[in-house]
Design a protein around this ligand. Structure first.
Ligand code: STR
Length: 504
């Protein structure tokens, strides 16, 4: 077929004018074609020019929500993105039409991190993903509720942590390193069966690469919106690649060791459980490869460390603001547990302690805007048509701070999770782990770990503001999770527990 060349030559100036006019028309057309309120939009950059500044997304979206309502749209570059700021629409997206919205967008940074989506959190919805998720779920179940494995691991780590905290002898110090080290060690034991001494070189290497990933994973910034930008040099991406290399080297070695020593009988740790469950192919003949096992271990690791240590640090920060809450929890512990070590089975008896953890996760959710969802088929939210491929951001921060559902949402009040008899209540708009097909697979492990760490710490010691220090800033800093800014505490052993300074 002959190529037909349009026989008109247009002057460069006219071309520029035509292009500008076309852009203006496109911009006008781009507005509200769906009838959903939302931010203005320009070609190529979308709504990004209206989203500059230093306000983190969860607060920015809440501000836009006041102008556009609880459900609105914006364009991240070319990507149509719907933001959900309220509980009713969130339930639609996560639960009622959970399947429609269970997809994940592909992003440059997370594709690097997960070898193109061989993980659970970031990989797109597929039969293989479902099979993989089921395997991870059943492997986690071997260590959580109904087994004493996690309890034993945490309790042996708590001794070391308490000893370290108490060694400060009443001086003020930043608790984050000690807490993160303890949590990292629990996760190392759970995932690949290695328990390190505090200060061990390999443990430090693990903490270093993890920190590097945390710092760079969200800093890819524009590259996750305009993927073609990955061809340009990008310092953050190079650092991310370097950390991933160190991670993969360590985990591959653990994987080989596990394969070589795998035996009949109970799995020793998560890697064993995954390897043992790897065999059976999925419905369409797909299989869970070694890469999947490796990526799962890496992710269980990253998710387990960042979320748990951050939640603990938030709770401690709030306890410094509310000594009366700490005292009430300690009274409950004294009455219900006394001097023996706290066990997982005590959870039922300690509703107030649980309510503190819940209130911490409500007021400062580690994931204030959940990992982006994507519509896998044409669907709808709140009666608005949503076409396949639309990204959906659920603003859990806005839901957890909605004054229509929470009395004085900005105040730390654990009692809101208890009724007048002191029994647990769980408001339906409390969703710190998300909901639906993408709900956090580690929820029950996380809850148990948080419970065991916090109860053991509060049983043994009191956290106070160091003399003259101002209470922690509660504003938070958004990285891959929402973290408290560094702060200092002083600790004092509680009566009968002075001895724990001598443990280890
Ligand atoms: C932290 C750093 C790391 O080494 C690996 C991961 C992968 C899983 C991520 C985790 C991260 C940060 C917290 C996440 C978690 C999956 C679920 C969790 C994003 C980047 C939350 O949704 C809070």
């Amino acid at each position: 077929m002959a190529t037909y060349v349009f026989p008109v030559t247009v002057s460069p100036l006219l071309t520029v004018l035509l292009v500008l006019a076309a852009l203006a028309i496109l911009a006008a057309l781009g507005q509200r074609s769906s009838g959903m309120p939302g931010l203005p939009r320009l070609p190529v950059v979308g709504s990004l020019p209206w989203m500059t500044g230093t306000t983190p997304p969860h607060l920015l979206f809440m501000k836009f929500g006041r102008k556009y309502g609880p459900l609105f749209e914006l364009y991240l570059g070319p990507h149509r993105t719907v933001v959900v700021n309220d509980h009713d629409h969130a339930r639609e997206v996560l639960l009622q039409r959970g399947r429609d919205f269970a997809g994940r967008p592909s992003m440059v940074t997370t594709d690097l991190l997960t070898r193109g989506g061989k993980d659970i959190a970031f990989s797109d919805y597929s039969p293989l993903w479902k099979l993989h998720r089921r395997l991870v779920h059943s492997s986690f179940a071997l260590f959580g509720e109904g087994s004493s494995r996690l309890q034993d691991i945490v309790l042996s780590e708590v001794d070391g942590l308490c000893a370290e905290l108490l060694s400060s002898n009443g001086r003020g110090f930043d608790p984050s390193l000690a807490v993160t080290t303890a949590v990292t060690n629990v996760v190392c034991t759970l995932v690949f069966g290695t328990t390190y001494k505090h200060g061990d070189g390999e443990l430090q290497e693990v903490m270093r690469y993890n920190d590097g990933i945390v710092q760079t994973i969200t800093r890819g910034g524009l590259v996750d919106i305009f993927s073609w930008m990955k061809v340009f040099p990008n310092e953050s991406l190079s650092k991310l690649r370097a950390c991933i290399r160190v991670r993969d080297c360590l985990l591959t070695q653990k994987l080989h060791e596990h394969k070589a020593t795998l035996s009949e009988g109970d799995p020793r740790d998560l890697l064993d459980a995954l390897l043992k469950g790897q065999g059976s192919p999925g419905p369409d003949g797909t299989v869970i490869t070694d890469d999947h096992v490796l990526m799962t271990a890496a992710e269980a690791f990253g998710a387990g460390v960042e979320t748990t240590s951050t939640t603990l640090l938030w709770v401690l920060a709030y306890l410094l603001h509310h000594p009366e809450v700490q005292e009430k929890a300690q009274r409950e512990l004294d009455e219900e547990v006394g001097e023996r070590a706290v066990r997982a089975a005590d959870r039922g008896r300690l509703p107030y302690l649980d309510s503190i953890i819940n209130e911490g996760m409500r007021i400062r959710p580690v994931s204030p805007v959940l990992i982006p969802h994507i519509a896998m088929s044409d669907s709808s939210i709140g009666g608005h048509a949503i076409c396949r491929g639309t990204r959906v951001l659920v603003n859990m921060w806005a839901i957890h701070h909605d004054p229509d559902h929470w009395d004085q949402p900005d105040l730390f009040k654990p009692d809101r999770f208890l009724d007048d008899q002191g029994q647990r209540v769980t408001p339906s708009c409390f969703l710190p782990f998300g909901a639906g097909p993408r709900i956090c697979v580690g929820e029950s492990l996380a809850r148990m770990e948080l419970f065991l760490f916090l109860s053991s710490m509060l049983q043994r010691m009191s956290f106070m503001l160091p003399g003259g220090a101002t209470p922690p800033n509660l504003q938070g800093r958004l990285g891959v999770v929402l973290q408290p800014l560094p702060y200092k505490v002083a600790v004092r052993p509680r009566a009968g527990w002075e001895v724990s300074t001598h443990v280890n």
